[in-house]
Design a binder for this molecule. Structure first.
Ligand code: PEP
Ligand code: MN
Length: 364
């Protein structure tokens, strides 16, 4: 890909003393009390450089909480007054931008559901012409690097140079470990293309659940990201959006203290070709395993169905059909047929073992 971006170094618009940038705050601004209490508890912990809060919430399905809108902006202004933390909100339309700037929001970000749409991104870019505000762009929901790059090019076209990329992972067709699979190689490629563009990890939206935040955050730091954006709420279980992935400001502090932050002098392993290729392989392997695990959980359901309907585990016709079908697909993908044959023999054996296990459970 041939692209170039003129980017103002992050430290010129937010001073983090060389440490990774931490943007912390609730998924959504809900009430004035919730915003102010969360802000003050974040401030007391001392880790944050910027406070985030969603004011307009893009929800996958209607009927969920869609944000308090303009009414929440004065709460954020007050939070900033009380804590001194600059504030960041998500914008998706020219109107959001106009209002955010009117209230003095310091940093804007474009959400994953907006980055996918070039019409939206262009409207946002046009509304930002002549405005000197940092804009962070989340990766699009689908793993399309060009779409992500295109959003930066549109903003750059409007004269925005204080830019940063937020890697929040990519949505999945089937259920996997993560709410949004990281697919690290896409972020690695982004960094390779634009070494000067800060990259910020969003472990909250990758994880979808609290228990996975720590391992994702460590991985983000191990890859030398420039920072993280993490959701934190005064009472996570009662949050109006993304309850299961938020943690209290104090729990976030504890987690951040436990992470190993590499020294800046360690060197950017991101830009090292061999490391980048190995990182790609590691991540593809991880995804292979996740896909295999997803297959096995479907196999388990199939086993239960066969058990409950008294159908034998091994269905030879079906297996022959699977075999022929996969061999054909493999050929189309340029994979060595014998390799794929052996691989699927193993996968099939494991499926039979799993289903037999399910059958036997019923007898116990
Ligand atoms: C958010 O940051 O709360 C959000 C809606 O994230 P995303 O655009 O990554 O889904
Ligand atoms: Mn959220």
């Amino acid at each position: 890909m041939n692209a170039n971006l003129d980017v103002v170094p992050m430290q010129e618009w937010i001073n983090t003393d060389g440490k990774p940038l931490i943007i912390a705050g609730p998924c959504s601004a809900e009430t004035e009390e919730q915003v102010l209490e969360t802000a003050n508890r974040i401030k007391a912990e001392g880790y944050a450089h910027i406070m985030r809060a969603g004011v307009w919430k893009p929800r996958t399905r209607p009927g969920s909480f869609e944000g308090m809108g303009e009414a929440a902006l004065p709460w954020l202004v007050e939070a900033k007054k009380q804590t001194g933390l600059p504030i960041a909100v998500e914008v998706a339309t020219p109107e959001h931008i106009e209002l955010s700037l009117k209230y003095g929001v310091d940093v804007l970000w474009i959400g994953a559901r907006t980055t996918v749409n070039p019409f939206n991104v262009q409207e946002i870019a046009d509304a930002l012409k002549g405005v000197d505000v940092p804009v962070l762009v989340k990766n699009p929901v689908n793993p399309d690097l060009a779409l992500w790059v295109g959003a930066f090019e549109r903003l750059q076209g409007a004269g925005i140079k204080k830019l940063g990329a937020i890697h929040r992972g990519f949505s999945n067709a089937q259920e996997t470990k993560y709410r949004n699979s990281p697919m690290w190689q896409i972020a690695v490629e982004m960094k390779r293309l634009f070494p000067q563009l800060p990259i910020i990890g969003d472990p909250s939206h990758m994880a979808g659940k609290r228990a996975l935040l720590m391992e994702l955050s460590q991985r983000i730091l191990d890859l030398n990201y420039d920072g993280m954006i993490i959701e934190t709420h005064r009472d996570p279980d009662q949050a109006w959006s993304d309850a299961s992935q938020q943690l209290t400001p104090e729990a976030l502090g504890e987690m951040l203290r436990e992470l190993d932050v590499r020294k800046a002098s360690y060197g950017a392993d991101f830009t090292d070709e061999l490391t980048a290729l190995r990182a790609k392989i590691d991540n593809i392997d991880r995804e292979l395993l996740e896909v295999l695990a997803a297959r096995m959980s479907v196999v388990e359901k199939l086993g239960e169905y066969k058990r409950d309907n008294n159908v034998a585990v091994l269905q030879l016709d079906r297996w022959k059909q699977v075999h022929a079908d996969r061999a054909g697909q493999a050929k189309g993908l340029g994979l060595y047929p014998e390799f794929v044959e052996e691989l699927f023999k193993l996968v099939h054996l494991e499926s039979i073992r799993k289903q037999t296990e399910v059958m036997n459970t019923s007898l116990a």
